[in-house]
Ligand binder design. Structure first.
Ligand code: ATP
Length: 245
């Protein structure tokens, strides 16, 4: 028995500058409480999918040109702030923290999207527990943290908004293998607390090790989808994404 979908994407189409069609009719369903991995090569449309979900397509040239997104059974509003307050929160690619602000200030900024004070306090206690290093570095400027610490801060900042669904864009990018492993564990811990996760990754091995379901995008279309175990066993995935000859 599969849990009901918290996020339902149907025939989603996105174009940039009216010309490049980055998503050509993508449908996928994210069961509540699951981790869904989105795999694919550079330019396959993974980031575009996340940006469409979080309402953060670049306003000057990106647009949803067709299809529907339903979040918690309702049609998704188009406004990014409303989407975040509703519980769909994105951790952007390249762990974009506010480098001139302190760790503490970054976390507070994340808390602005929390539904209320109680939720914010609860999230803060959880973030402190998940990332003790952030408490130690509370007064340091975020730009001075290591890459791994910045990724933890970017995740912590998103958790401060009490997400129902967390969208992660390539959290392992540029990190040492040990840190990538830690990121995987953190994703599991977050999911164990009931947060649904959509994980965009080029590191297919890491993504499939933490995900329940996975979707492979190729040139803006869903090429494969199934359980993470099925995809990890698929010859096409092994050959193209896991580097197994
Ligand atoms: P990557 O891992 O490189 O981020 P991706 O799978 O996330 O790859 P997208 O970034 O979603 O892929 O890009 C999908 C397509 O849309 C590509 O052809 C890309 O060049 C194009 N694209 C992405 N962002 C923009 C933009 N702001 N303006 C114009 N084209 C864009």
């Amino acid at each position: 028995v599969t849990a009901p979908a918290v996020l339902d994407v149907h025939d989603l189409r996105v174009s940039y500058a009216g010309a490049v069609q980055a998503l050509r009719g993508v449908s996928l369903s994210v069961p509540e409480g699951s981790v869904v991995a989105v795999l694919g090569n550079n330019g396959a449309g993974k980031s575009t999918l996340l940006r469409a979900l979080s309402g953060t397509l670049p306003a000057q040239n990106g647009a949803v040109t067709g299809g529907t997104i339903a979040f918690a059974g309702r049609e998704q509003p188009r406004d990014a702030a409303a989407i975040a307050r509703g519980g769909l929160v994105q951790v952007p690619e390249g762990r974009r923290v506010f480098s001139n602000l302190t760790v503490e200030e970054n976390l507070r900024a994340g808390g602005l999207a929390a539904p209320d004070k109680a939720a914010r306090a609860e999230a803060r206690a959880w973030v402190d527990e998940l990332f003790p290093i952030l408490r130690e570095r509370a007064t340091q400027r975020a730009g001075l943290l290591s890459g791994g610490e910045q990724q933890m801060l970017a995740i912590g900042r998103a958790l401060m908004a009490s997400p129902k669904v967390l969208l992660l864009d390539e959290p392992s990018l540029g990190l040492a293998p040990k840190i990538v492993e830690r990121v995987g564990e953190v994703i599991r811990e977050i999911n164990d607390r009931g947060v649904t996760v959509v994980l965009v990754e080029q590191n297919a091995a890491m993504a499939l090790s933490v995900a329940d379901h996975a979707v492979v995008l190729e040139v803006g279309e869903v090429a494969l989808q199934g359980t993470a175990d099925e995809l990890a066993e698929s010859e096409a995935v092994k050959e193209r994404y896991l580097g197994v000859p």
